[in-house]
Write a protein that binds this ligand. Structure first.
Ligand code: ZN
Ligand code: ZN
Length: 259
């Protein structure tokens, strides 16, 4: 079975293609469970997400698509939600969806994965940036709001790596993720970025497997051709660390499937 829970739509204003094109590509790539998890609305960085008024349209169009494709593929409905204290909204948190991916895209309100703000890396201490990032992730887990951790080490995106040991930097967050009973996605988008590897890195994969934290998979596609890209690589990364099952969600109930 093949599961891919992290995919975007044009509503976020930085993706292309129709919903049907995404689903058709997923079928071509032999994906069995294909989930849309577009950037949820929030009153912050609104150029990169849908509006609150578009939630109904988003949810309905995906549920309609689920029916159209029900004999060929399971279409799932989710959101990718920014963990940003003071900006998360009950309309999103309580939405009637299959799962919520919680992601850290902001450290002290700095959109660190946006090429537009890349200059900030040079103004800051790299170890401090990584510490702050993982502290946010720890808080994300403690919030108990999400089913899946999105791209767990996104902070490496531009290849600015810490001097400190990544396992030590990530450890407290990993322990909280375990406590919160969340799954962590293995996200293929890193292969398309300067870091040129999956999220998470090998050192974090070691921690996940040591703490027996369930994994799932996501393309993080923002265009149809990105669906299923490097799927074999993320599957073999997981297998290498002893995983043979991945997490899947229907109505926020987790079940495990062999991949
Ligand atoms: Zn995006
Ligand atoms: Zn993201």
């Amino acid at each position: 079975m093949s599961v891919d829970l992290h995919n975007h739509t044009i509503l976020c204003k930085h993706a292309t293609g129709t919903l049907e094109e995404y689903v058709e590509k997923a079928i071509e790539k032999n994906i069995d469970f294909f989930g849309f998890s577009d950037h949820a609305p929030m009153n912050y960085a609104q150029d990169y997400r849908m509006k609150f008024e578009q939630m109904n349209q988003y949810e309905k169009s995906i549920l309609d698509l689920r029916k159209v494709y029900q004999n060929r593929i399971h279409v799932l409905l989710g959101y990718e939600v920014d963990f940003l204290v003071g900006f998360m909204d009950d309309r999103v948190i309580n939405a009637n969806v299959d799962y919520l991916i919680g992601s850290v895209h902001f450290v002290n309100k700095w959109g660190f994965d946006n090429p537009k703000y890349i200059g900030e890396y040079k103004n800051k201490n790299i170890d401090k940036i990584w510490e702050d990032y993982f502290e946010e992730l720890e808080n994300l887990a403690k919030s108990g709001l999400f089913n899946i951790v999105g791209h767990i080490d996104l902070i490496k995106v531009f290849n600015y790596l810490p001097k400190k040991d990544i396992k030590l930097l990530a450890l407290k967050a990993i322990k909280e993720i375990k406590k919160a009973n969340m799954a962590v996605e293995i996200n293929a988008a890193g292969f398309r970025k300067p870091i040129k590897e999956a999220y998470p890195s090998k050192s974090i994969m070691e921690l996940l497997s040591e703490y027996d934290i369930p994994i799932t998979f996501g393309s993080d596609s923002h265009a149809p051709h990105e669906v299923g890209l490097n799927k074999d690589k993320i599957h073999s990364l997981a297998s290498h660390y002893g995983y043979s099952k991945c997490a899947n969600f229907i109505k926020k109930e987790r079940f495990m499937v062999e991949f």
